[in-house]
Design a binder for this molecule. Structure first.
Ligand code: KG4
Ligand code: ZN
Length: 338
């Protein structure tokens, strides 16, 4: 079954074709980073407009590069939730129009389910059940994936997402948007543990996170240094921050793995590109003697191939959107109601 995937939840417009949820035939992406960098972050209204401009061209590009036409497609998958509402509406409305014009079934995909499914494209042997650590710009959760469309959240952030924390601190450091990427590069030559940060753990909730205290401490450190004219090693600062975040994430991952007796660990989301997190996750997996699946760097960020991959499993489970399908800014990953 060939699925056409459409992703417009944030600042990447993407259209892809995937066969049977496992084989990427094409993936066209137009990132808006160059546009939003001028403002230091995503401007929702501008994001929506840029999606409108690119989506038609990207659809044609994805079909052309797979050597296919719409007549060769069996279903359409679109990110319907969660995300920036105006941005999501562009993809959802485009997908609905395409479905109406072609008669192809349309299936809505949860963006974070898509991030998890990026791993199905890279690892043919990977199948549920497994434990996933999903870390993106807007979400940080530990999810027990018990089936392709069955999810159970074990823990989550109580406030900021890990990516949000990196992006905010990077902005104060004067690094370009998206800050997480720039800070990862800066951290390469730094020494972790040279700057101390508060814990991201939540007392009494062993699988939850809280990154706002850590973020505030990092921003205060920078403001203090600036006000007092104190010099500090930026690379050491970045390496220390990333390691604190990675340790919190992998500590909780280990705890959750023991709790559900996980048989495999899977990283997902934009922040899974982080070099420190990847290294720490590998250490955790070795300690627990479990296989670890890391999405390839090309599939960590937002893309439509992961949406088409998950879309295959959604459609196979009978999840078909009615013509009244609407986008939602928030939605739990376990919710299967359409
Ligand atoms: O999943 P994603 O592309 O978009 C959302 O669904 O939110 O994640 C974007 C987030 C941003 O916060 C970005 O700074 C972060 O992922 N990110 C990284 C790295 N690459 C992307 N954070 C740390 N290290 C990286 N290498
Ligand atoms: Zn994402």
């Amino acid at each position: 079954m060939r699925m056409l995937g459409i992703e417009t939840s944030c600042d990447e417009t993407s259209v892809a074709v995937v066969q049977d949820g496992r084989h990427q035939l094409s993936c066209a992406v137009r990132t808006q980073i160059d546009i939003h960098r001028l403002y230091g972050g995503v401007v929702p209204e501008i994001a929506s407009r840029a999606h409108v401009e690119s989506i038609g061209r990207l659809t044609q590009m994805a079909l052309d590069s797979a050597g296919l036409t719409l007549a060769d497609i069996d279903g359409i998958a679109v990110t319907a939730w969660p995300g920036l509402i105006g941005a999501l509406l562009v993809g959802v409305n485009f997908a609905k129009g395409l479905s109406l014009a072609t008669g192809l079934p349309l299936t809505p995909v949860h963006h974070l389910r898509g991030h998890v499914a990026a791993n199905y494209l890279a690892y043919p042997e990977l199948s549920p059940p497994f434990l996933s650590l999903i870390v993106s710009g807007g979400h940080t959760s530990l999810v027990h994936v018990t089936g392709y469309t069955e999810f159970r959240t074990l823990g989550r952030t109580r406030d900021d997402a890990a990516g949000e924390c990196f992006d905010k601190v990077a902005r104060v450091l004067g690094l370009p948007y998206p800050g997480g990427v720039a800070m990862d590069a800066l951290a390469q030559t730094g020494r972790a543990g040279t700057v101390a940060f508060p814990s991201a753990e939540v007392r009494g909730a062993p699988l939850d996170f809280s990154f706002s205290g850590l973020k505030t401490a990092a921003v205060n450190f920078l403001h203090n240094a600036q006000q007092k004219g104190q010099d500090f090693c930026r690379a050491d600062f970045a390496a220390s921050l990333m390691d604190s975040v990675a340790q919190a994430l992998t500590g909780r991952l280990e705890e959750a793995a023991r709790q559900v007796q996980a048989t495999a660990l899977v990283l997902a989301g934009g922040v899974s590109a982080n070099s420190v997190l990847r290294r720490r996750a590998l250490e955790t997996a070795q300690k627990l003697d479990l296989p670890l699946y890391l999405p390839p760097l090309s599939l960590c960020g937002d893309n439509a191939a992961m949406i088409a991959a998950q879309g295959f499993f959604e459609l196979s489970a009978g999840h078909i959107a009615p013509s009244s399908l609407n986008a939602l800014a928030t939605r739990e990953i376990e919710d299967n109601e359409i």
